[in-house]
Design a protein around this ligand. Structure first.
Ligand SMILES: O=C(O)CCC(=O)C(=O)O
Ligand SMILES: [Fe+2]
Length: 262
């Protein structure tokens, strides 16, 4: 099979990976029956490791391997759509299979039922997030990369959205509060790695905005690892390197902070 051609970023600038890119398939509407978080989470103390100061941090073993396996089996049943390799002008070339859905309930489960909220709000990195983190982007994306697939170098945009917060003590059920928010950090949850036969597929960051090998900071997928990287104006140029064997599976969403006062 011929290797997909990697096109350079256009316009002399590097490409964006907008969530509303014309290269992205439309979001699905019916909420999937996401598997339960079993065993209950977190399975370990969630402590951030910093890979790039103020820009890239990870939580290892965020999902146990068994749960990653359950998710990969389940996600394989979803109607993934292969993104075309020919992007709209200014968009990064990405070749992967993708499923996208607006699912506030699942985003809330990832935020409230995994220990993530406590790690983000109480882990000592609160100054990094760009405001008061109130949850995760309901725009949940699933990526599968098989042999030869990749996501070329790009920057992730910050997006303005409205978060629907679950009922709280202040706002009793069934009322849910609509809060203006914006995304500030990309969240990638790796469900496979070399231990499942996936080789290549590193997420690579270029701190000096040049796609040169000697400056590359390559993060190899680790099963169950959650990675956060700063996006918007301070986003580092980054790519998802070509997968050379096996399958790389990722769940992608974003950290969201409140816009304006609350
Ligand atoms: O697949 C990867 O490693 C990177 C994904 C990415 O950059 C994105 O979702 O914007
Ligand atoms: Fe990205």
């Amino acid at each position: 099979m011929p290797k997909p051609k990697k096109a350079p970023a256009t316009n002399g600038k590097s490409a964006q990976a907008s969530t509303a890119s014309a290269t992205a398939p439309p979001a699905s509407s019916a909420s999937p029956s996401w598997p339960p978080f079993k065993p209950s989470l977190p399975i370990t103390d969630l402590t951030f490791d910093t890979l790039v100061d103020d820009k890239v941090v990870v939580l290892r073993n965020f999902f146990p391997k068994s749960l990653c396996r359950d998710y990969v089996s389940f996600l394989s049943t979803l109607p993934l759509i292969t993104t075309p390799g020919k992007p709209k002008r200014g968009m990064a070339v990405r070749v992967n299979d993708r499923f996208q859905i607006d699912d506030q309930k699942f985003a809330d489960r990832l935020w409230y039922e995994t220990g993530l909220k406590e790690a983000v709000l109480g882990g000592g990195l609160e100054h990094l997030w760009g405001g008061e983190v109130i949850g995760l982007n309901p725009n949940v994306r699933i990526y599968r990369y098989t042999k030869g697939q990749f996501f070329d170098a790009h920057y992730d945009d910050s997006n303005k959205i409205t978060l629907t917060l679950p009922p709280s003590d202040d706002i009793p059920s069934p009322n849910r509060q609509q809060v203006p928010a914006k995304t500030t950090w990309t969240l990638l949850l790796y469900l496979t790695s070399a231990s499942e036969g996936c080789t290549g597929g590193e997420t690579v960051f270029y701190p000096h905005d040049r796609q040169v090998a000697k400056e590359a900071i390559a993060v190899a997928p680790e099963t169950g690892m959650l990675l956060l990287h700063k996006h918007g104006n301070d986003c580092m140029l980054h790519e998802g390197r070509e997968v050379t064997a096996g399958e790389k599976w990722i769940i992608r969403t974003d950290l969201c902070v409140a816009r304006g006062g609350r």
